[in-house]
Ligand binder design. Structure first.
Ligand code: FES
Ligand SMILES: [Fe+2]
Length: 389
């Protein structure tokens, strides 16, 4: 049993990356304050709808600009009335003829894509919009759904660990989706230079109630046995997109044709707030019953109540980490996906932080490129979970 790399308990996140800072609907003609990787940011939309992200501290006496007011495309400080434009330059000072050119606040690169407002907290020269994580299903007309933002009192990496290992469904979600069934065990972990993937197929199983109902909604006929999938894709530093669904057994889904089934995607992207808290943006989208608002609301609310169970566990885990700084993590077979996600994050951090622990972890990940991990059920799993091997 391997101790996890010592970077596991370090909270760092790379600065040179796009992070979701708001849902599109959160941003409008008002000032929204949010802390992102320990940067205080104020966001709003210009009159033409373009998003703006500025440092949330006035140049003069540091009052948060979010306490001020919009004036056209600019923001006026709520203390002595200095006005800053979307580039962060001061364009008005009361009782002064000339404006000190040094009077400015930091302006952050910002992009709106896939229904999120993305902010780049690192070097603006490196902020390439092509690097925004792929969550296009969230705005693709071939998919429908909705999501939420939750605030979690834990380091963002704990949420990634949670999403990369759906084994926890059995225990954390025992009152909702968790079943002691075949869903718990065999899976495969693969990884590339910029991705880690966990693939789990459950062939010829009874569909769980929620998926049975969805399949019947789509086909209009009673559902029989199904092939079910959960395919988890990680994109560093903090985006996890999970393919989920079921198709009638024997309709060719494992071979690549899922057209007879119901396909969903759980989209997740986490943005560190501080070392010990994060903003967790998620959505659930589907590729059938596109105009059915009832299904959208049903999924959004049931996923929200499932995630509330994770929130509780994650916050408790963070408190325990804080209380036991001398202890370390261990990696089990089920942590294969999380381990690769962590190594890919470490690789990004190693480029920014000359800490030998990150460099070592990054080298390990390069050395093992293309490795494949298969995790099978053991006889003990089968007995405990009551499954057939
Ligand atoms: S603190 Fe903002 S104008 Fe004085
Ligand atoms: Fe969960």
């Amino acid at each position: 049993m391997q101790p996890a790399a010592d970077t596991f308990t370090l909270p760092d996140a790379p600065l040179n990356a796009w992070y979701a800072a708001a849902y599109d609907v959160e941003l409008g003609r008002r000032l929204l304050a949010r802390r992102i990787l320990d940067h205080n940011v104020v966001m709003y939309r210009r009159a033409d709808g373009e998003p703006v992200a500025l440092e949330n501290a006035c140049w003069h006496r540091l009052l948060p600009l979010s306490e001020g007011a919009l004036e056209g495309d600019n923001v006026a400080c709520g203390y002595h009335g200095l006005v800053f434009n979307p580039e962060g330059r001061c364009v008005f000072m009361p009782s002064q003829e000339t404006i000190n050119p040094a009077a400015r606040v930091r302006s952050y690169p910002v992009v709106e894509l896939h229904r999120f407002i993305w902010v780049w907290p690192g070097d603006p020269a490196l902020a390439d919009p092509a690097l925004v994580p792929d969550l296009h299903w969230n705005s693709d007309p071939a998919w429908a759904g909705d999501g939420k933002l939750i605030h979690v009192d834990c380091n963002y990496k704990l949420v990634i660990d949670n999403l990369m290992d759906l084994t926890h469904e059995t225990f954390v979600h025992s009152s909702s989706i968790g079943q002691r069934s075949i869903t718990e065990v065999p899976f495969e972990v693969t990884h590339g230079p910029n991705s880690a993937t966990v693939t789990r197929w459950m062939i010829d199983v009874e569909p769980p109630p929620v998926w049975r109902a969805q399949l019947e909604l789509k086909t209009g006929v009673p559902a029989g046995r199904v092939d079910r999938w959960q395919i988890i894709h990680f994109e560093p530093p903090s985006t996890v997109s999970i393919e989920v669904g079921v198709a009638p057994h024997g309709s060719g889904a494992p071979e690549g044709d899922r057209s007879a089934g119901v396909n969903g995607r759980v989209l997740n992207t986490m943005t560190p707030e501080t070392e010990r808290s994060c903003h967790y943006f998620w959505a659930f989208v589907r590729d059938y019953a596109l105009g059915d608002q009832r299904t959208t609301t049903l999924f959004r609310e049931s996923v929200a109540s499932i995630f509330a169970e994770d929130e509780h566990v994650l916050a408790a885990q963070q408190r325990a980490i804080d209380d036991h700084p001398d202890k370390q993590f261990y990696n089990l077979n089920i942590d294969g996906g999380a381990m690769w996600a962590r190594r890919l994050i470490d690789r990004m951090v190693a480029r920014e932080l000359p800490d030998e622990r990150y460099v070592r972890s990054a080298e390990q990940s390069l050395a093992a490129e293309g490795e494949r991990i298969n995790v099978e059920a053991t006889a003990a799993d089968a007995e405990r979970l009551g499954i057939k091997l």
